[in-house]
Design a protein around this ligand. Structure first.
Ligand code: 76R
Length: 249
């Protein structure tokens, strides 16, 4: 019988994408705009304190293109906290100028495909815990997309034996490791949580690295035969200090 792989699951994740209602923003008074920016600053400060205490993490990017304007990625130990963050953003003064654009719910995931060494449960290792509860990099660029493993005819990931899947993922990881220091990836699992099976969040200092890694991986068997991909979102980092300039009109 084909065996599922055991997963290690970390912080819950919400990719929260919003569009700015630029017309409403322009029609608002200077005072209202100031209040709105202040309200977002206040939330970002509050969330930053949570990150400093290592109880969660978040980033904010400006989405390029017409799919959205802002992408928040929130990580928290519970879905309840994510729900609170989503609502406090909507309830804030800034929220009056934000329109929902897209969202994705998942959980940081690592799988136990590799045999554990010396019988040590990898989940107990500090390096595993750090990867399951990552402090998100504040790198210049982000790329986010959802994906599935194919279940069609002879190309069915879910009928492959575990050792066959493990070998393919090992080959995949070798491609990935070539990008060490250039691309940082966070894989989040979303089976049972959202419309696709995984979320892929990549960070880079140079956007061309996204094209290079994703292209190169398309030739790995695990992607060429078994990868199906959703919508891509790319963006530029928006540090708190740049908010006022970004929103000034
Ligand atoms: O422990 C590990 O995480 C290392 C081995 C590894 C696994 C098991 C690994 C390494 N990945 C794994 C699993 Mn990955 N990954 C993707 C994408 O666009 C595409 O074609 C694929 C999108 C990228 C860019 C990427 C990058 N990986 C997975 C899974 C779960 C599969 C399952 O369980 O069926 C998915 C969906 C997925 C997709 N992967 C790496 C990378 C990189 C850069 C690495 C090397 C990380 C490192 O060693 O530092």
């Amino acid at each position: 019988m084909v065996e599922a792989v055991e997963t290690m699951d970390g912080w819950y994740s919400l990719h929260d994408l919003r569009s700015i209602d630029w017309n409403a923003w322009k029609l608002a008074t200077e005072e209202e705009r100031k209040q709105a920016i202040d309200s977002l600053h206040k939330l970002l400060d509050k969330w930053e304190a949570v990150e400093e205490a290592k109880d969660g993490s978040q980033v904010l990017y400006k989405v390029l293109g017409q799919k959205a304007d802002l992408m928040f990625m929130f990580l928290r130990p519970t879905m309840d906290e994510l729900s609170e963050m989503e609502t406090e953003l909507s309830k804030s003064k800034m929220g009056e100028f934000l329109l929902p654009a897209h969202s994705y719910v998942s959980v940081v995931e690592l799988s136990k495909y590799r045999e554990s060494k010396d019988g040590i449960d990898p989940e107990t290792l500090p390096e595993t815990q750090a990867r399951l509860k990552p402090i998100l990099p504040k790198w210049e660029y982000i790329c986010f997309y959802p994906m599935d493993r194919r279940r069609q005819g002879d190309e069915n990931w879910y009928t492959l034996e575990k050792n066959v899947r493990a070998k393919m993922l090992y080959e995949h990881s070798k491609t990935g490791r070539k990008y060490a220091g250039k691309v940082k990836q966070i894989i989040t699992g979303s089976i049972g949580l959202d419309d696709w099976e995984w979320g892929v969040t990549l960070f880079a200092h140079e956007p061309l690295e996204f094209k290079k890694i994703v292209y190169e991986m398309r030739f790995d068997e695990v992607s060429s035969k078994y990868g199906e991909f959703g919508e891509f979102f790319v963006g530029n980092h928006l540090p708190k200090e740049h908010l006022r300039t970004y929103l000034s009109i």
